[in-house]
Design a protein around this ligand. Structure first.
Ligand code: GNR
Ligand code: NI
Length: 175
């Protein structure tokens, strides 16, 4: 296993769109394991392939308190969205920034597991928020995209300065 490098806004590679996975092999399982390890050590509750500069349509998530309930979703799609609420979000690719985002409260998801089998399930609360946040990454979207240009510019300046200086240790946390 390995800790992967997480890209930080405004890295243009965060705007790449992920490609559908057709090969379910050992290399895909290794990417999932490395992404989980990277997410746990950050620490974060989710991580999308685009954040570690891999084009495969894969997200890993664990919203459990004990970090013992990993979920790997390949080629995930949201089939249904219900309700709306506004919740503060953070992102490992935008360290130190927390802003409210409007998301669906209840969703239905279809995805494949690492063996290529199709799974379907319902999600609510933090899991639903996290899945919507991760799927946005697969489309090259970030949770700060709906903020005002002024706010996003301030965030960009702050993160550019931090990357010139080398990030402080706590800057990667998004919990
Ligand atoms: O660790 C994370 N916490 C979080 C909190 C509220 C809403 C979304 C998230 S996802 C984030 C990890 C991350 O950046 N995933 O892409
Ligand atoms: Ni994120």
């Amino acid at each position: 296993m390995a800790i992967l490098n997480i890209l930080h806004f405004p890295d243009p590679r965060l705007r790449n769109k992920a490609q559908v996975v057709k090969t379910f092999d050992a290399d895909l399982r290794k990417l999932a394991a490395d992404m989980l390890e990277t997410m746990y050590q950050a620490p974060g509750i989710g991580l999308a392939s685009i954040q570690v500069n891999d084009p495969r349509r894969l997200v890993v998530i664990d919203v459990s308190e004990n970090h013992d309930d990993p979920l790997c979703l390949v080629n995930p799609v949201i089939l249904e969205k219900h309700g709306e609420h506004k919740m503060d979000e953070g992102c490992l690719s935008v360290p130190g920034v927390f802003e409210p985002v409007v998301r669906a409260t209840d969703i239905k998801v279809r995805a494949q597991n690492l063996d290529g089998e199709t799974i379907e399930f319902a999600a609510d609360d933090l899991l639903a928020v996290c899945i919507q946040h991760e799927l946005d990454h697969l489309e090259g979207k970030l949770f700060i995209d709906n903020l005002s240009n002024l706010k996003r510019q301030r965030i960009r300046k702050k993160l550019e300065k931090e990357s010139r200086q080398g990030q402080p240790e706590a800057a990667g946390q998004a919990l």
